[in-house]
Design a protein around this ligand. Sequence first.
Ligand code: SF4
Length: 670
Amino acid sequence: MSMLFSPAQIGTLQLRNRIVMTPMHLGYTPMGEVTDQLVEFYRARARGGVGLIIVGGCGIDRIGNAFGMTQIDDDAYIPGLRRLVEAVHAEGAKIVPQLYQAGRYAHSAFTGKPSVAPSAIPSRLTGQTPEELTEEKIQEIIASFAQAAQRAKTAGFDGVEILASAGYLISQFLSPVTNKRTDRYGGDLQARMTFGLEVAQAVREAVGPEFPIIVRVAGNDFVPGSNTNAESRIFCQALEKAGVNALNVTGGWHETQVPQLTMNVPPGAYTYLAHGIRQAVSIPVISCNRINTPELAESVLAEGLADFVGLARPLLADPEFPNKAHKGDSSNIRPCIGCNQGCLDSVFRLRPVSCLVNAEAGREAELGPLAPASQPQKILVIGAGSAGLEFARVAALRGHKVTIWEEKDQAGGQLFLAAAPPGRKDFLYFGDYLRKACNELGVKIEYQVQATPGKILEAVEKGDFEKVVIAAGARPLNPAIKIEEGVEVLQAWDVLLGYKKTGSNVVIVGGGAVGVDTALYLAEAGTINSETLKFLMEQHAETDEELHRLLTQGRKRITVLEMVKGIGRDIGASTRWSMLADLKRRNVTCLDKHTVLEIRKDGVVAESAADGQQKIIPADSVVLAVGSGSRNELYEALKDKLEAVSVIGDAAKPRKVLDAVYEAYLEGRK
Ligand code: SF4
């Protein structure tokens, strides 16, 4: 990791390494003021060895604001901001605020007023139409940026970052899609750059020549008709001339239809955007988006794609990422798996950010450090799924002696199901981490053990265990649907785990997350893999239609039937849209508001709620994905016989991995 930990500089700012924690919308400051939650969250990341933290966004005014945003629009916030700065400095890291103005991404529900933008063009994100800014109002906003930067300097920050990416106000001025002005702020690219450059110049004047300024830019808006890397390079060159000290290059707008943060984005896929900018400027460039291992981070630097790497979610997942990487202990880093369940999906639900793989994230102030157990116990855990493993890890960390009985020959439980669809394999990395952590803490995992109430009671009576935790997971449900004799109906779990094969004409009963996962898994199975594609593309310069069909749609005809309105309703907002787009691309037929009446040899009989019509959907395979039920029999059998028995995870009630892991963590802390 020689590059990652080489000293680095942004303007006058010396940094201990080249890892930058890029800004995240955390929702930890509901009143705009710095809270203990925010301070302890960032203190932990600073202690974990990060070089620079960019906090944000920090609202420079009220009209361009969002839920839970930290504010920097009034001197009253300076003491709180100073407390945050001091906490981070005490741990050896540097810190700058991101100056945030959302323009037409602001929602009147938070600001109490219509949002403002270069032109009155409705926002796909909010569904609202902003008011067009007058020149006078533009000058006020520029002044607010400058005043906010001055406050940052007063509070002791080491610099500022100006937000000019992701579809926020400055990018709205830059883009011909959202800027239709005819005054000096609109027109060709040079004119559209005027607002962003005036902001940068005003900030420079406010903070003086030595104070570092970073600008966050889109490496490509990924919006049809908007700016690409070529236009971004021109803007970045102008920013450099205006005295900006570094460029933080991210991907596209929040309105984009191109996945940038979901699990199916290959790690490092967007580093080319920063590289494009780096070739055009001589100031340092930060590369972001799905850089999630020290090895990848090092190679981004070593290959000259960027000068710094920007990590946000990986530091949410493991604040000690930099320290572990520095010590050569990267195999013990708790990996960010790109699931978005705790982070982005929480933002969409207006909740504070948490993390699926790190139950402590955002709760550092509330939970405090993990204390050793006052009386270490011998604990038996039934089930080595994510809940059982997380409980075992936390309990063992506290000094308990933990044994897990797992009925299968491997640990990980339903993580294997979650990882089966295309682009979802990162779920396995969480299982790998938990298994490794448990092994290193001395947790004994006994495989292929069939736990029964008698066997558990006997072990407790013998004194082998003092406490029992049931984490036996769930099992798929069988709905009460009439099935013609001789028809084999498959369970989605068996299909996803590869235990059962389907034909080429498949009907999936159930359009929740598991139904969608199964459809994508089967559709992908019918396509050609990348190795074959590469070979065929090389050998057949002119791709024929059949090859294209095989690549995009595969060989299988798949229908998903869902009883209620909407497909994939239980998938988080940050991921659902891209999975639905994948279903469409794969030519999967999705029929919601259809009740399955019968499964026959010639297909599935379904009735539409819209018109009451019945139809037969031909199928040679029928797969059930209608939910799961708790495996809580052991708990029910033991709860009156044992004093110390508890139930966690899906064995208590089927739930998202995020909730199962958090609950297991809390049980381990008890
Ligand atoms: Fe990464 Fe998922 Fe945690 Fe978000 S919730 S930081 S995507 S592991």
